[in-house]
Write a protein that binds this ligand. Sequence first.
Ligand code: FE2
Length: 356
Amino acid sequence: MAVSVPGATQMIFEQIATGGCRSYLIGCEETRAALVIDPAAQQIEHTLALASRHGLRIRYVADTHTHADHFSAAQELSRRLSIPALMHTLAPARHADFRLAHGEILRCGTLRVQALHTPGHTRDSMCLLTEGRVFTGDTLLIGGTGRTDLPTGDPTALHASLFTILAALPPDTRVHPAHEYKGRGHSTIGDEFATNPRLQKRDRAAFVEMMRDLNLAAPIHLTEALRTNMSGGKTIDQMLADAAAAVPFIAIEDLHARLAAGDPGLVLLDVREREAYEAGHIPGARHLPRGLLELRVNTDLPDPTAHILVVCDLGHISTLAAATLRELGFQHATALDGGLTAWRERGLPLTLGSAP
Ligand SMILES: [Fe+2]
């Protein structure tokens, strides 16, 4: 939906929801230049499709802060589109190659997007202000605020950010947070300062005490989110998805039929640990544990043209192993879809004992 703010530049605005997370695509109506704010890893294709639908060219991707609870797509979008990844100057992420300090303005087409440094939820939190809207990250939520108990959080700093920086914005400024758990679209600065329970604690000491007493559970993906968002490294899901994209899979039924027909051209390779292999493997499977794959590949798999079918318990490790084999030149390496678990569930035969 294109939203026209009276007296302002025409702006294209899209909100993208991923569970409780909110990302935004904003674009200049005139030049079609666009900025993505707080993109989520699961929504990369959706975000690109939305930009296409509006005829937008994404020129920048921004994270309002180092996210600790979900995986940012900023680095991936930055790399795919060859565009700058924006963060605040204090952000630890190495891939953030366009850093904004408090008050600095990014020009995106005719849009002017101003960074407001609002530490508290994290040290590197910033809000982005443009066209009567403020993208508040986790500094200010609808009816709440971001937490201050995760790494670099600071309730005293959050109090200052809320009551000196955000409170100074015009009351009709629309608030677009990075999280919203009740499906509400947006709020305004005026509404938040009038009704948000946390903003009723105006006294600094009372606010800090309230934030310290929240006793929130840690986010599920805290360690992995901080690791990947700060370093630009891959999540485990990304690693598996990349491997799965490079490897063909064989269905259980197909393998069963091939074994029944005595297919001599298939090398069945079980990459689980020895104990698991000996407790039951697919008849005829050779054993080469994943940890020894690179060390033993030359002796155990002398034919790089062989049709190798890699098997593990669930189909994840075998996918990684098959991808490794392909990188090593085994162009016919495949993985068993669903692994031994799916094989067992169908009641198919297993052989006990050590490898011949
Ligand atoms: Fe956050």
